[in-house]
Design a protein around this ligand. Structure first.
Ligand SMILES: Nc1ncnc2c1ncn2[C@@H]1O[C@H](COP(=O)(O)OP(=O)(O)OP(=O)(O)O)[C@@H](O)[C@H]1O
Ligand SMILES: Nc1ncnc2c1ncn2[C@@H]1O[C@H](COP(=O)(O)OP(=O)(O)OP(=O)(O)O)[C@@H](O)[C@H]1O
Ligand SMILES: [Mg+2]
Ligand SMILES: [Mg+2]
Lengths: 256, 256
């Protein structure tokens, strides 16, 4: 039975897509069967996994809003055991359409119910907002993984995110918990990175992953080749860190 | 009569807030009277200008949605001639409330009408999405300034943004034009930065500002002190670049 993980942070550009794609690739490499659900109309996870978002026939939007069969939309990737439910700008329509729909917050949860038995892990890439798509991701998820760029604005926004997770747990998804906060784009040359790390480890005791993802240019080059960094440059510091994260995550989760 | 500039890009973390705050500061330094309108519920521009978003009485939300007097919400900053209309997470409500309102795309345009005569420039910081708040910003604006991080996902998303600007020009705001595309966080050590620059200058001929904003850690440190980088470290490469951008923008705009 799949564990559903939402990769969420309303702050933009903190490494949500990069984490969803590369952590999913690391878990698939370790033998898990993984589905990435692209829930961001930008379609970045779709492109990073080698699927052209401009030529989609069926996608997340159709499954979520019109009940299209999920297997019609699902695509395989270059990594065995790693599939993706792709999306593109058309998903923007869902945010407006969902407002007027019954049980609008639980659409994704209902959509994933028949898919869960087919995978070990379902990883949802959320858009940079706390709107209805992100609320759907939090309602459908068992756990939330929060990528946190080592910068001031990202740290500053953490409390609103934690508030939102508490609200969703209270009214929509009682089992929801934060699996961990992941420090991303950590730059050893930059004092700010160390300050943010100290700050977060102090305030969010025990929630912060031991694994830290370093800033590594190979990570930002890989999506232009439609590959996770583990395939593009399997021995760079970014790949090693995402593999380590995969192991740490499954160790932490085995305790639940 | 103010020129209204929307700082917009649906891609997250590309430097929208950093540009809105620091370009506004540079223009105020050059003697223009500038208002920053924070239209992002994250309230990052509010904090960067030294206003505590957690203790707001009146804010953008009340002026936009309930017709509160704008002077009640407006705050001054440490820089003479630079004011801000602050916001916080409460503005998230506006995105849902706007869906059902008459002429929902022109609310901000109507809100700014009485404010325009009081300033030379009104700078709108948009959230990372193409939802109703961003559409309001594009409808209210004379020009759009597009910050573009020198990375693959940011470049990849440019065409959807340009499409959206065309749609808004076609149906809501006939005068809307792109004042320029601004390359941000340019890193001379990184080949990807040069590739993106070459790519954009080739495809978006004439639209790309000559001024390029370098990656500079002082820029990312300054918001934690509630100051634009021009006040925090007035001679660092980030400050020099934003002053240069201010001059280039006003030169380009004087031709219209
Ligand atoms: N460890 C890293 N090292 C270097 N660059 C990185 C790293 N992680 C992410 N990046 C780059 O930083 C940018 C932001 O990352 P990404 O797009 O994954 O963030 P996001 O949170 O998904 O953004 P959005 O809010 O737009 O969805 C991208 O250009 C990405 O390639
Ligand atoms: N020139 C620069 N040099 C170094 N860091 C920068 C620079 N410009 C922006 N940053 C940092 O990069 C991060 C992203 O910038 P910023 O928050 O301004 O982007 P944004 O587009 O407003 O993000 P969002 O999509 O969340 O609104 C911030 O932590 C900021 O401090
Ligand atoms: Mg993303
Ligand atoms: Mg911003």
């Amino acid at each position: 039975m799949a564990q559903v993980i939402a990769i969420t942070n309303q702050k933009g550009g903190v490494g949500k897509t990069t984490t969803a794609v590369n952590l999913a690739a690391a878990l698939a490499e370790q033998g898990y069967k993984v589905l990435v659900v692209d829930l961001d109309p930008q379609g970045n996870a779709t492109m990073a996994l080698g699927v052209d978002k401009h030529t989609l026939d069926r996608q997340t939007y159709h499954v979520l809003m019109h009940g299209a069969p999920w297997r019609d939309a699902r695509r395989t990737t270059e990594i065995p055991g790693l599939d993706v439910l792709p999306t593109n700008i058309e998903l923007t329509g869902a945010e407006l359409e969902l407002v007027a729909v019954m049980a609008r917050e639980t659409r994704l949860q209902q959509m994933l119910a028949p898919i869960r038995p087919e995978y070990d892990v379902i990883m949802i890439d959320s858009p940079p907002s706390l709107g209805l798509l992100t609320i759907n991701a939090l309602t459908a998820a068992d756990t939330v993984l929060v990528p946190l760029q080592c910068e001031y604005y990202a740290l500053e926004g953490l409390s609103s995110l934690i508030n939102t997770v508490d609200l969703v747990r209270g009214s929509l998804n009682p089992k929801l918990r934060i699996s961990g906060i992941l420090l991303t784009m950590f730059d050893k040359r930059n004092r700010l990175s160390f300050q943010v790390e100290t700050d977060v480890r102090e305030h969010a005791k025990g929630l912060v992953f031991t694994t830290v993802i370093p800033r590594n240019v190979r990570v930002s080059e890989s999506p232009s080749f439609g590959k996770p960094v583990l395939l593009y440059d399997g021995l760079c510091s970014g790949s090693l860190a995402y593999r380590e994260l995969g192991r740490e995550l499954m160790e932490r989760e085995s305790g639940y």
